[in-house]
Design a protein. Structure first.
Length: 106
């Protein structure tokens, strides 16, 4: 990862930590949606908050290098993990251990 990518990643993560998705769209809560994203190299996912793009993840997080998800199912499983973290007020970081649990990283 280059310095430019690291700087963007740090800014991005600092920004997304400010939003917490809720399970129900009641007053004062936000609506979150997960969508698959087909890329030139494979798959990724997008998370929308109140119909605005919030996270665009074109590559597998937490692993070295830039690698797209091989399948739509892998991308969506990781996206569901991130969305679940947001829903529960947690930071949407993905660890290599979590990717191993999802059978995405060996």
């Amino acid at each position: 990862m280059t310095f430019k990518h690291q700087a963007v990643a740090v800014f991005f993560l600092a920004t997304i930590a400010l939003v917490s998705c809720k399970r129900n769209a009641h007053e004062g809560e936000v609506f979150c949606e997960l969508k698959p994203l087909q890329t030139a190299n494979g798959w990724g996912y997008e998370i929308y908050v109140d119909k605005k793009l919030y996270i665009k993840q074109e590559y597998i997080p937490a692993i070295n290098g830039i690698h797209a998800f091989k399948t739509k199912e892998d991308a969506m499983a990781t996206g569901k993990l991130v969305l679940n973290k947001l829903t529960h007020g947690k930071k949407p970081f993905v660890t290599i251990e979590e990717l191993k649990d999802l059978k995405i990283a060996e």
